[in-house]
Design a binder for this molecule. Sequence first.
Ligand code: AMP
Length: 542
Amino acid sequence: MRAQMQDWPLVSTTIIDHAARFHGDRRILTRSAEGPVVTSNWAQIRDKARRVAAGLRKLGLQPGDRVGVMAWNTGRHLEVWHGVPGAGGVTHSLNPRLFDDQLIYIINHAEDRWLMMDHDLVPLIERLAPHLTTVQGYIVMTDRAHMPETSLPGALCYEDWVAEQSADEGWTPVDEGDACGICYTSGTTGNPKGVVYGHRSNVLHAMAVLQPDVLGLSANDVVMPVVPLFHANGWSTGYSTPMAGASMVMPGRDMTAPALYEMLEQGVTITLAVPTVWLALLQHLEETGQRLSTLKRVVIGGSACPRAVMEKFEKVYGVEVIHAWGMTETSPLGSFATPTPEILGLSDEEQMEARLRTGRPFYTVDLNVKTDDGADAPRDGETAGSLFIRGPGVVQRYLKADVEAADPDGWFDTGDVANMDAYGSIKITDRSKDVIKSGGEWISSIDLENFAVAHPSVSEAAAVGVPHPKWDERPVLLVVCSPGKSATKEEVLAQIAEHVAKWQVPDDVLFVEEIPHTATGKISKVSIRKMLEEQGYQLPSS
Ligand code: AMP
């Protein structure tokens, strides 16, 4: 017997329609790309999104056409985020921090037909333009007063263009299995790979992350995504926030701690970003003595959350930290470390340990850790293996790839090394490429880094394996000290030695001004290994 319920397609336009109809007045506050803080709401965002859809159709956009968007987190970006799929198009989010060569590659590979960009990013696009093979038009996301002189042929001024369109033409009908957005992986080795999200996968993922044990957003929340919309599907905030009918604060381009603090104080209740952002904010709060008056929760992911960050937020500022794991390929959220009754029954110290793990999968995500022989790793919180994931929000095949990215059972190898504990909570111990192999055993670079940053003078640390004639590899730690502070090699090693076996303690500590990062703010181990090799670095013992 077939169900006799309605066939209501899970398409992204239903999200913005819902937000506009039932939460239309909810405030969207933006530090605009032009500078001033401006206000909008879900009804206005939808109205503009409808005009974007109508305008793109008039320009000749056909269903499935890609529109590259390079923009900071602003209300205008939300209009485009919903407007492009509303015309049947596919939003291709572009990270301005990628190298020019990578941007040229991904724009050509995705075959973007139009490019939309914030006005301050016009010079960057002008640099790329001569190398772009499929782009036929440019739209500068600004008003007439800020429209720059540009060599981009026929560049349109967004606000003028949008004002000429009708909001009444309706959305282009799409199938829920159609593509909705594309994000490329950052491609630390080889070319970046395109992950093609669908309408259905985005709607399901947003619904899933609204569960109380995940983001748990409500209409009473004010959400500030510091994570850019162009990183890993914007951690779903562009969909989950309007779905919940929550308000939004969009911090724009200025990622400095004072600027973020100013925006957080606009009533923000929950915010999301990678750990480095929070290290800087906490340092700023310490220096200025400022308090966080409305913030209740901080979601930290993208890299391991250092213990000091969780402790400071919770003990000094009364803000709950939720550690999460995910990746571009998984829409992106995969696990959340919200506590279960078993964890809440533990001692304070044990609870902290449990919440510093990367957490449990939520419904729509299935996770498994497999050892090298292909067996399921025991759920003992120690045995490390390869982390696999499957679900409706997980990549099946990269854009234009010849082979599937997942095995016949749907399992996608994340490339992360993890262990799972008795509660089904995973802990990421490394990227498989970065794990340090010493004497046949694995040393977690993430553990070494976290123990090092627990030293009060250390602001950032990176551990890499350096070839060793006897042990295969030995760990070496790069350390950046906080401004005006210093530490000795012995102090840092003693700090680590308190927590790990003797053979896991790094052989050397190198104090550096800066640790290289990827375009998405992660420590670039590839660059570090290359740098050490180029410098002819020798381990002290070899
Ligand atoms: P991206 O696709 O750029 O978001 O990168 C995804 C990768 O970031 C994952 O495969 C992990 O290696 C890493 N990652 C994400 N979240 C965490 C976390 N909470 N702890 C450790 N590594 C993480």
